[in-house]
Design a protein around this ligand. Sequence first.
Ligand code: PEP
Ligand code: MG
Length: 542
Amino acid sequence: MAVFKGLPISSGKVSAPVCLYSAETHRSVSRRSLDNDREVDREITRFRNAVAQCSEDLDRIHDQVAVDVGKSEAEIFLTQKHIMNDPAIVDAVEKDVRETRTNVEQVITDVYRRHEEKFALLDDEYLRERSTDLGEIRRRLLDNLSNTRPGFKCQGQAHCTRGKNRVIVAQELTADMMVRMNLESVLGIVTEHGGFSSHAALIARSVGVPAVSGVRGVMDAVQCGTPVLVDGDDGRVFVNPTEDTIAELTPPDEVESDDVCLLQSPPGSEVLANASILEDVRHAATVHADGIGLFRTEIQFMRANRLLSEHEQFEQYATVMRIMDGKPVTFRLIDVGGDKQLPFLRMEQEENPSLGWRGARFLLGSRDVFSTQVRALVRLSKKYPVRILFPMVIDSTQLKKLKDGVREIIVAEGGTSDNIKLGAMFEVPSACVQADTILKHVDFGSIGSNDLIQYLFAVDRNNEMVSQDYNPDHPALWEVLRNLSRAARDAGKPLSICGEMAGREQIPARLWDAGIRSLSVGPRLVPRVRNELMTHLGDRVQ
Ligand code: PEP
Ligand code: MG
């Protein structure tokens, strides 16, 4: 048995065999000249086989997504199959292989890139989106030809369960990969890299999968099928655990002792739930959360792997409202960038994505995406009260632009702002410094402590190597929190906190004392946070 130490990022213990996950990319494809006609024919056969196999894959994915997610979400995979088999593209590749006598990987890259660029420049939004599909088809074909598909290492082999009832071991899981996996059947996650507040980590916590990150060298120590025990409480990973270790750490009869489930928050407090997927919303309703304090709308786009239409967004948001049955829901406008990339938007590779094209900046620079989402929410406001939250606001000038953008759309849609409340996130230090001004211009504020800690202490929330400096106990952070609380009180505006720290032990009581009494946490944590607040209030009365 070997024991690895890492960073505990999602609690719980589990013992199961490994499923290795690898993420290959095709940033550089090497060019190879073909010496004779036989080689040319061989390349063309390889290409035709790849197209045939990828077509089968796309059919299979379509059928699965239609069942798991929905028919309209599945449609895209059939569209991609048709594009891939389009005689114009197939002929162009085959002709180029013959004429340039170059390996098919290089030709596919050239031909598809040419088409991608042409489509990306078109005015028609629908056709522009096809450029993204071309990029995905290109990668799929290259994955197939190089036999290094991103995904489970033994994918395609009879024994591969694609993570079902397995512990996934990977270099790093991005939020994008996480939302595409069927997490309901994954038992545990172990990664070599990734911090406590990375989006992958918070998705793992939201679905209650034990996870440990920062486990250097683990990829070399296991193979598909190797038994491991993941201890997400202590941050340990046991490779080939002994029977005794398994018996000691995961006793078969151990029943998860859930806290007594208080159905109401203690007087004067509000315990809401954060949600990324509908399952979170259902969970929130089950534990009688006071509402959804943060609905991360971008996750829906990441799951679908494409832009969602106004109608699709409206339907999703209406479903959330229906599940929450009259309780408030705060929809955060798409917050992408940093560790949440939308590959289909062809966002530039950035040196410092956390300091780059993200949050409010992205929204202001992507008018189509912004308008479509706001239109869906304005439509929603004709049926339900709607709370819209602006992510990563940096100052009052930027906030004004965002508000103007929303106002223009309300007018254009012939709506009113009566049923719409606008809020700003406090997660960038400059916005915290301007809290008094910002709070005057919004209906509510929400503290995004995950990013606030990252930017306040210049510490990457995704990098486990610097996790010792990612410290929610730091007095400098609490000074900022107290100042935000004071500013909200002075402005007479509600303020909540939706970062992960709100759900950590002992923090709810401290937040209460700091005057922050509206807490939004993972749905699983709602009962515990209520209990902690109740105990704290009881102690104070005695
Ligand atoms: C935060 O930054 O605290 C937050 C809630 O937003 P996200 O984690 O999605 O960046
Ligand atoms: Mg944030």
